[in-house]
Design a protein around this ligand. Structure first.
Ligand code: BG6
Length: 469
């Protein structure tokens, strides 16, 4: 754990992410008494400090509930502003003198800027002296393949030590995601069943019931595999699959996570199904003949003692029927059928499972069979559900910025993990089957079922009112 930063330098302060996410996060931090450092906005927009404040007020009016005037005043008073071209050394001299004026010796530089600008900004932070005693918080996407991620790491490491690099994956700022790791290691009943002897397979579904929301140009460069699987969903896998950390401390946990990424077998083209929703090609910035996937399903294996032979099925898509992210752990069926249940003969073979709904409303459920009243012995599948009203008020960005300023790297991705995760998807970034069209509002291409063996099916997230409960 590093010491707390004494200033936040916020590159890209005039941008979209700043407007939608960062201002609300800073306001929330201010409300909670966690904004204790000055925030120096940096952008090339021909703005003044007053313009930045104005933008902040507009952002909060749209993306937050401003119910604490003092917190708002505190945020506005904490802001400073440096305007200038990132290619111009004078911008960084101005930043250095602003930091000197603030007597800052441990600034945190938050790079909410396109990766194409990282190189020159990091170099200039180094040459201007702004990197001394500093840490850097890097926004995603961290590369678009293994080579570009390695290159970004090389660039960042020319100036910053790995211990001072905080790579953002906002899924790690979600309490429900962290809870997966917490549940496993804070309860004793998980461990005995958490392995290939008891778990038949794991499914992770990230369904979004909306399209690319005007981000067609961005999506064309990315696709679902890069956008949410290589990062967010593989992080979820790592938290579910990691070994208990050996010893205390953040490094021990990060080491175990890194081991999972390294044990994942690289995906190959037979283990991936890609889809594209009808209408995607009409989005602005999308090519008429685009083959970019808005849906992807993969079958993944983790080559470790614990997980040998257990398939991990991951799917993510836009324009699916619901908005939900859910993990479903299928437990192996009992070894014998003790009861002659006719419902089982008729295909009601819902095995025992554990279900973790991560969003929108967190839920933990144990799927089991229990007896129904009537003649003979007959059962039905039902769920024991824990549905606490524990939705975290803190957004991932509030949590992540707070932790990065405090110097706790637990929720940030480490160089070796990021590169190992790219290695998992590397082959199929180029070598993959064509995207299959699907109808918006459907569950994507039916071909995705072929990734699962025999009569196994993708289990759609269980939503409120669903009779499977
Ligand atoms: C982002 C992706 O990283 O995550 C988006 O770029 C996706 O395409 C989003 O919609 C999902 O995050 P959340 O927190 O809204 O579930």
């Amino acid at each position: 754990m590093n010491s707390s930063a004494d200033a936040l330098c916020w590159f890209g302060a005039s941008g979209d992410l700043a407007y939608k996410m960062t201002f609300p996060a800073l306001y929330a931090m201010s409300k909670r008494g966690r904004l204790t450092v000055p925030v120096v906005g940096v952008a090339y927009s021909d703005w003044t400090l007053e313009d930045l404040r104005e933008r902040g007020r507009a952002s909060l009016a749209e993306h937050a509930t401003v119910d604490d005037p003092e917190a708002l005043d505190h945020l506005m008073a904490s802001l400073r502003y440096v305007d200038g071209d990132y290619a111009d050394a004078a911008t960084f001299e101005a930043l250095r003198s602003t930091l000197d004026g603030l007597r800052s010796s441990r600034p945190a530089h938050y790079l909410a800027i396109p990766p194409s600008l990282f190189g020159e900004v990091v170099e200039s932070l180094g040459s201007s002296g702004c990197a001394e005693g500093a840490r850097v918080i890097v926004e995603k996407p961290f590369g678009r393949d293994l080579a570009s991620a390695q290159e970004l790491n090389r660039i960042v490491h020319r100036v910053f030590d790995e211990d001072d690099v905080y790579r953002i994956d906002h899924f790690l700022g979600k309490q429900e995601v962290l809870n997966l790791m917490y549940l496993r290691f804070a309860n004793s009943f998980f461990e005995p069943i958490w392995n290939r002897d008891h778990i038949a397979s794991v499914q992770i579904t990230m369904a979004e019931d909306f399209g690319v929301q005007g981000r067609g140009r961005f999506y064309e460069e990315v696709g679902a595999l890069r956008d949410v699987v290589q990062n967010h969903l593989l992080q979820v896998v790592a938290l579910l699959a990691m070994e208990p950390p050996v010893g205390q401390g953040v490094a021990a946990t990060r080491d175990e996570k890194a081991r999972v990424f390294k044990a994942m077998s690289p995906l190959h083209s037979k283990g991936i199904v890609r889809g594209q929703f009808d209408g995607y090609q009409n989005e602005e910035g999308v090519a008429d003949d685009s083959d970019v996937e808005t849906y992807v399903a993969v079958r993944l294996h983790i080559d470790s003692w614990r997980w040998a032979g257990v398939p991990w099925y991951i799917r993510a898509g836009k324009e699916l029927p619901v908005h939900a992210t859910e993990v479903r752990v299928e437990l192996k069926a009992p070894p014998q059928r003790v009861f002659r249940e006719t419902s089982l003969d008729h295909g009601d073979d819902d095995h025992n499972h554990l279900r973790f709904r991560l969003q929108p409303q967190p839920e933990i459920a144990l799927g089991l069979r229990s007896m129904v009243p009537g003649d003979g012995i007959e059962g039905r599948a039902s769920e024991l559900t824990l549905c606490e009203d524990v939705t975290d008020e803190r957004t991932p960005y509030e949590r992540l910025l707070t932790e990065a300023l405090a110097g706790d790297p637990l929720l940030f991705t480490r160089e070796d993990s990021v590169e190992a995760a790219w290695k998992v998807v590397e082959h199929v970034l180029e070598d993959h089957p064509a995207a299959i069209p699907y109808v918006p509002g459907s569950w994507g291409p039916p071909e995705a079922e072929d990734l699962l063996p025999g009569k196994h099916r993708w289990a759609d997230p269980v939503m409120p009112g669903d009779e499977r409960r």
